[in-house]
Design a protein around this ligand. Structure first.
Ligand code: ARG
Length: 459
């Protein structure tokens, strides 16, 4: 029998009961729901609204229900209860009688579900922040271990200038550090308590909303009861944070996929993070990197889905809001799995420094530095650019690299060239010379690594 059976003469049809239910999704909120109810009952007793004995019976009954859910002794059925809130309340009343029936005094499922969902969002944001840190640690360990390794830096996926692998990996560490901040902001956005807003307007009972907010670890109660029951911005913030981080992981994984091709050969994924083919015996496929790349699409879909659900929704609670949880849970679960998978993949991959070095020799990566050499000797940079462009053309025609040219070849283009030009063609020297803050020079990257470590220690 439904909790609103007083007003109704007929029970729900089995199909509508199942269609309207959120129980399969919100059963995951049982612990939050019980915590919210214990706080509410304790406050009701402290305010003299229910007796201390009733509050104690409620707390005890809910603790037993929680234990039974966790042991598997208690499971709920959508035909009996639409959602976890009703399922637990009905079970409590069945177990302890009238005390259980008093729990819902001054409360509605509208403030209850918003409270549970906020507790959940805070918890999941915190979990994700921990997983984010683990991935950053894995990237930084590789950056440190292969500190001197040089690879081509790309623009337009064409060889551009040489960079340190550490610098390249640290770029992802920085993206992830910002994702951490976005997750922290999402956690803070959820950190306000709707409990006591009741259905939409507050209640006539002398509730102490500050006490329940504090008991549940919220920063403060939400100051407008209509907003309290209808705001889902905090879930948008969480899914947005998940989406951006998934996009970052998709970029990282795209590079890992490219880097593990025969064409690049920059890395070898460990067998644990690759799969074979059912027909081609030689294959080693980067399935898990591809999956992370692919899952990012679904998470962005979760964000769009909730945005569209919220669009034009009138105040206050509408059943549409029941659609909020599935996508948020999916986004958080997916990102967490992707963090774990990416961390393992990064930690166990083999860096093929020789393949990176061999590619760094191709594509005239020193060209900018040769132009800078002339500019530093007084030739306007645009002219220097043209001179070096000619030298590259000569190399193209001869099928050689800049370092294969003789000093006379250089001097044929400009008499500013002297024998020290060879230093401009040395890749480690080219890299090391980029000493500006944030540059790829070894010293600059050491500073960056120290800063990233400090940020990690603070997070
Ligand atoms: N199952 C509902 C949800 O997830 C709980 C709130 C229902 N409130 C209501 N008035 N129908 O949103």
């Amino acid at each position: 029998m439904a909790l609103w059976s007083g007003r109704f003469t007929e029970g729900a049809d089995a199909f509508t009961q199942q269609f309207g239910a959120s129980l399969p999704v919100d059963t995951r909120l049982y612990a939050q729901d019980i915590a919210g109810s214990v706080a509410h009952a304790g406050m009701l007793a402290a305010q003299g609204i229910i007796s201390a004995e009733d509050a104690a019976a409620i707390a005890e009954g809910l603790a037993a229900i929680k234990a039974d859910i966790e042991s598997g002794a208690l499971a709920f059925d959508v035909q009996q209860s639409e959602d976890i809130h009703m399922a637990i309340e009905s079970e409590l009343t069945a177990r302890i009688g009238d005390a259980g029936a008093r729990l819902h005094t001054g409360r509605s499922r509208n403030d209850q579900v918003a409270t549970d969902t906020r507790l959940y969002a805070k918890q999941r944001a915190t979990d994700l922040m921990a997983a984010n840190v683990t991935l950053r640690e894995a990237l930084m360990a590789q950056a440190e271990e292969h500190f001197d390794v040089i690879l081509p830096g790309y623009t337009h996926l064409q060889h551009a200038q040489p960079v340190l692998l550490a610098h390249h990996l640290l770029a992802y560490v920085h993206m992830l550090a910002r994702d951490f901040q976005r997750l922290a902001a999402a956690r803070d956005a959820a950190d306000a308590c709707p409990l006591g807003a009741a259905a939409l307007a507050g209640t006539t009972y002398p509730l102490d909303r500050f006490a329940t907010a504090q008991a549940l670890g919220f920063a403060h109660p939400i100051s407008n009861s209509l907003d309290a029951v209808s705001d889902r911005d905090f879930l948008l913030d969480l899914i947005y944070a998940c989406s951006v981080s998934c996009l970052h992981l998709s970029r990282l994984c795209e590079e890992l996929i490219l880097w593990s091709t025969s064409e690049f050969g920059f890395i070898t994924l460990s067998d644990a993070y690759a799969t074979g083919s059912s027909i081609m015996p030689q294959k080693k496929n980067p399935d898990f990197a591809e999956l992370i790349r692919g899952k990012s699409g679904r998470v962005v879909g979760d964000l769009v889905a909730l945005m569209v659900t919220l669009k034009s929704l009138p105040l206050a609670y509408n059943k549409d809001l029941q659609e909020d949880k599935q996508g948020a849970m999916d986004a958080a679960d997916t990102l967490e799995d992707c963090y774990v998978c990416a961390a393992g993949m990064i930690a166990t991959m083999t860096v093929n420094a020789d393949a990176m070095a061999a590619q760094a020799k191709k594509g005239y990566l020193a060209a900018t530095d040769v132009a800078d050499y002339l500019a530093k000797k007084g030739l306007p940079f645009r002219r220097a650019h043209e001179v070096v462009g000619h030298l590259v053309l000569t190399c193209e025609q001869r099928g050689c690299d800049l370092e294969d040219l003789a000093l006379a070849d250089f001097q044929a283009e400009s008499d500013l060239f002297e024998s020290d030009i060879v230093e401009c063609l040395n890749l480690p020297a080219i890299v090391a010379a980029r000493t500006t803050y944030g540059g790829t020079g070894h010293d600059a990257v050491r500073v960056q690594l120290a800063e990233a470590q400090a940020a990690l220690a603070a997070d």
